[in-house]
Design a binder for this molecule. Structure first.
Ligand code: ZN
Ligand code: CU
Length: 483
């Protein structure tokens, strides 16, 4: 029985092929029909003429591990047309870990000690099953999370017994349904992990058909070395690698994506490599003096000790306090920040690269977050695609849907086709645009009209519906479906 009919829209199906006029019939959690759909008693009809009907967007780079529970309507993402989030990026996942003391940065981006309460990855999955969110989620295990659970000191490589324990935790997570492992080698708790430590863990990914994603050791002067290190993990372990939020940071490295992208293209010809990016010249993570020193401007996003400073410029805070930048950083800790570290032509070059997927890297618990949390997908569609003409709309949609679904093995997602899950974003191609700014970072985007997840509306007429049809997408189910 048909539940919904989306009548007369322009379908952009996620494969990259040109749009075509068609009706969509939704039955249960699936798309039943794409074409000329007749009337059907009991079906609710929506006139979507003049609008684009696309697969729901897949946010491949998120830190929504806890947001799925804390804000189950997931308005920051649903308002952008996102229907599936990949959590556990940059080496940090909520599971498997329990903590008594405050989490080390960058684990504090996800929550407090009490939020790290999943001794086994399966516990996190069962919590998702019991408390579904509006959106689907699929999960990576963080290498840094594994390290903190297994090691007595983090300022050195893991010892054999520690590697054995991390492998046990990782295998358990893969068995529970994780789709891969992420690393965050740029961050203090993981920077002393040599490539051999990563490779010893990544060896477990291949038999599971899992993936490796990495926030590389260096995105500045040594970015080429870090790319090679990442590719080598993929070759040694025989697994696909995703380079997270690709960029080249610091003034000295402006323009260097002209070097990195050909290197990535050459690697793609030899092995399975993917990459993601967000459409902004500023990055965001925990506050550190090192990162602040490389940025042309720094804005504080949250501070435990000086919460009233969120949204303010770091140098203005330092001036108010009559201290230097390093001292101000110290007094704000623990804290987060936005760093202006990129050059616009690099951002455009990376976005224009045909293999680049879109990932927000949004930080959902920041008090004054980077606008990428609420703006990434509409900004690519409206600003970079329509207004600047970097690529066509079919290509923009492909990079948000069909491409990531294939790379992350999300079978049945990322396509508008009969038989696919009814994860759908309906948007107005003439008006879609991000409205979140650095000053007002939580303003919902314009032009996203209807969002369906597993056949149920989660966002319509500018607000969340309150429905929670999202599912935890486990690796085994995805792989069984792909057979
Ligand atoms: Zn990262
Ligand atoms: Cu990240």
């Amino acid at each position: 029985m048909t539940d919904w009919i989306l009548r007369g829209g322009d379908v952009i199906d996620g494969s990259g092929r040109p749009r075509f006029r068609a009706d969509i019939a939704i039955a249960g959690d699936h798309i039943a029909e794409v074409g000329a759909v007749g009337r059907s008693t009991g079906a609710r009809e929506i006139d979507v003429s003049g609008k684009v009907v696309a697969p729901g967007f897949i946010d491949v780079h998120t830190h929504d591990d806890r947001a799925l529970f804390a804000t189950p309507e997931m308005a920051a993402k649903a308002s952008q047309g996102v229907t599936t989030v990949v959590v556990g990026n940059c080496g940090i996942s909520l599971a498997p870990l329990t903590l008594d003391d405050a989490p080390l940065p960058p684990l504090d981006l996800l929550g407090d000690a009490a939020d790290y309460r999943y001794p086994h990855f399966a516990d996190y999955f069962s919590n998702l099953d019991r408390n579904p969110a509006a959106l689907n989620a699929t999960c990576l295990v963080g290498h840094t999370t594994l390290r903190i659970g297994a090691m007595s000191a983090l300022d050195r490589p893991a010892e054999p017994a520690e590697i054995a324990q991390m492998r046990e935790l990782l295998q358990e997570a893969l068995d529970a349904g994780a789709i891969g492992m992420s690393s965050g080698l740029a961050y203090a708790p993981a920077e002393h992990a040599p490539a051999s430590e990563i490779e010893a863990l990544a060896a477990l990914l291949r038999p599971a058909g899992a993936i490796y994603t990495t926030h590389m050791r260096n995105e500045g002067d040594r970015v080429l070395d870090s790319l090679e290190e990442s590719f080598a993990v993929g070759r040694t372990a025989g697994v696909p690698v995703v380079i997270s939020h690709h960029k080249t940071i610091g003034r000295a490295n402006f323009g260097r994506t002209a070097q990195t992208l050909p290197v990535i293209a050459a690697a793609i010809a030899r092995q399975e490599i993917g990459l993601d990016a967000y459409p902004y010249i500023a990055s965001s993570t925990v506050l550190s003096a090192g990162q602040a020193g490389r940025a042309s401007k720094v804005m504080v996003t949250w501070s435990k000790r000086a919460p009233e400073q969120a949204g303010r410029d770091l140098s203005a805070i330092a001036a108010d306090w009559g201290v230097g930048i390093d001292e101000a950083v110290e007094r704000l800790q623990p804290a987060g920040a936005i760093y202006w570290t990129m050059d616009e032509p690099d951002v455009r070059r990376v976005l224009s690269f045909p293999h680049t997927m879109i990932g927000s890297d949004g930080l959902p618990h920041d008090f004054h977050p980077h606008p990428r949390l609420w703006g990434t997908f509409p900004r690519v569609l409206g600003h970079y695609c329509r207004d600047l003409g970097l690529f066509g709309l079919e290509e923009a949609v492909r990079r948000m849907t069909g491409l990531p679904a294939a790379r992350f093995g999300l079978s049945g997602r990322g396509a508008v086709a009969a038989g696919a899950y009814a994860d759908i974003a309906v948007f107005d191609p003439a008006t879609v645009i991000d409205r979140a700014s650095f000053e007002h970072p939580t303003t919902p985007a314009a032009g996203i009209e209807y969002v369906f997840v597993n056949g149920r509306p989660v966002w319509a007429e500018g607000k969340a519906s309150g429905e929670r049809p999202g599912r935890a997408l486990r690796r085994q189910q995805l792989q069984a479906k792909a057979q």
